[in-house]
Design a protein around this ligand. Sequence first.
Ligand code: SAM
Length: 219
Amino acid sequence: MTDPYRIERERMVKTQLKKRGIRNSRVLEAFKRVPRHHFIPKKLADQAYADGPLAIGESQTISQPYMVAIMTQSAEIVPGNRVLEIGSGSGYQCAILAELGAEVYTIERIPALCEQARKTLRRLNYQDIHSRAGNGTLGWEEEAPFDAILITAGAPEIPKPLLDQLAIGGRLVVPLEEDYSQVLYIVRRSKEGFHRERGERCTFVPLIGKHGWKKDPRA
Ligand code: SAM
């Protein structure tokens, strides 16, 4: 079947991802395959491959493609990894992780978005994605430990349950509040403990819940 967006997707990979330093060829190939236009409201389809986040309803967003890419590359996913995503949103990040061969667990706070993402992923035939609606700051204890955890919403600090659920050798990627804006952090767990690396500035909607913001700081 011809895909009217294939060329736009390739352009997105070249001009937004490669140009800004995304080098992992498996990550770049995954972005060429996932049809982002299926993860957004139909009326925005002509902006599907634009260089920014888009509204998906419920005051939430699908993240900028570059942000999804830098988080994915930083998580160093290899096939067979068990990966937990907090903030399913549209389901797009899940699809990218599935394309990399991960077994994906994803939690979304807003039930309507959880259901919508589930439907989209099912329609596109993504397997190995387990999703549930709930407070992701508590993690998914029954399925822990995870090789990678991606928190796709801005947190005041790293939720302790998520650190506990990271495997030894695992990577956790999280946007953290810093000086009234956000910075991406990559946390690695070794036998000795946790090592944090500071990444770039970013802007995400807030992580709300017991170990996140107590209420939406935008309200
Ligand atoms: N990863 C998503 C995608 O690919 O479309 C984008 C995520 S959007 C930037 C952040 C999401 O985190 C929102 O859908 C929001 O409802 C969700 N969220 C916020 N706090 C949460 C929590 N405690 N647990 C689970 N999801 C949460």
